[in-house]
Design a protein around this ligand. Sequence first.
Ligand SMILES: Cc1cc2nc3c(=O)[nH]c(=O)nc-3n(C[C@H](O)[C@H](O)[C@H](O)COP(=O)(O)O)c2cc1C
Length: 417
Amino acid sequence: MKRVDDFRLRFGKNEYVPIMVGGMGVDISTSELALEAARLGGIGHISDAMVEDVSDRRFDTSFVKEKTKLYKFNINNMDKAVVQFDLGRLAEAQRLHVGKTMEAKKGPGLIFVNCMEKLTMNGPKETLRVRLNAALDAGVDGITLSAGLHFGSFALMADHPRFRDAKLGIIVSSVRALQIFLRKNAKLDRLPDYVIVEGPLAGGHLGFGMDWAEYDLHTIVAEILAYLKAENLDIPLIAAGGIFTGSDAVSFLEAGCAGVQVATRFTIAKECGLPDKVKQEYIKATEDDIIVNGISPTGYPMRMLKSTPAIGSGIRPGCESYGYLLDATGNCAYINAYNREVSAHPDEKNIVVMDKTCLCTHMRNFNCWTCGHYTYRLKDTTHKMPSGEYQLLSAEHVFKDYQFSVNNEIALPEKEF
Ligand SMILES: Cc1cc2nc3c(=O)[nH]c(=O)nc-3n(C[C@H](O)[C@H](O)[C@H](O)COP(=O)(O)O)c2cc1C
């Protein structure tokens, strides 16, 4: 019976434990979590979602305060076109976040940064260009392009001196998305170093419609493997979404994947950025508590706990401070939904918005409890304490459980009570 440790993920001459811990914004996959994966010989992701806010919290900068001050005059104006990111400040925040993580790296693994295209930031192309190039400047080992088709993203960093040496990959959920990505980038003569195939059971935004349940990760992986073989393309595939045990991971490695990307099991690690109270909500969740809905203004379905405080919250759009989801014209689907409710209930103090949410504000405050489908199994991975709360895990424990377990077993941690 094989275990994950019998396999290695190869990039050129280097070999890694074939476990990637996926990017989880906003600062849910912290530097500390990513650094543990790298120390143990795998690959850890940080995320650059709302990087100015993350930098303020971690490094005592005041990017958000300065931006809010600059655009204070616009807070009651629902046209947000003027609320632009200062590209120099954005680069500074990205270099701090990525650079400090890289400085702290120990061990044989790698640190990648997850960059979502859907963070359009009132200037999709220019802000993404800055984020990608600043991450390369700061020495990141690799960049995972996510939440979008990224037709032009390689071109945005093609002039960077590290464009051909950093590891660059993309998350796709269908063979078609990969085909188009490869076709759009063919003229750059630079293939992705890896492709993450994310199925419908993942956490965060899904690359599927509301018919997500009709898709299956093994089938999509097989289609993409067959396509790569037919095209004679040697690109490592990483399977992601619903891989809960070491044995689940082995089934993908035996099918021809070079590695797996996992996240949900790490949401209850001590190193994970979610507040401890929220971690307990994740552990206690039952299958019925987990839903996929359309409240994200990105237009992608998102999986989350039913009890997420973001659902129904009608707070004023926080774009002057954040504004990460403003599109190229300065609009966000939440602004429209909020305005509609305000006009329908002019005398109401407590506005309720059910169909969309102010994702920036709620992710920033850990009030949007996005999670993977198997979150309801987390209680099987740890001990219930006499208080009724559950013991949190170390990232090392979870990582090694994936690496060494067999027979679909899940190792429980040493009791800390
Ligand atoms: C709490 C949480 C937040 C996530 N946030 C992001 C994100 O910001 N960007 C992204 O590309 N993927 C995100 N994901 C997806 C993961 O990186 C990963 O690919 C996926 O969840 C793996 O499946 P698993 O959670 O079943 O192991 C998130 C997942 C979780 C659980």
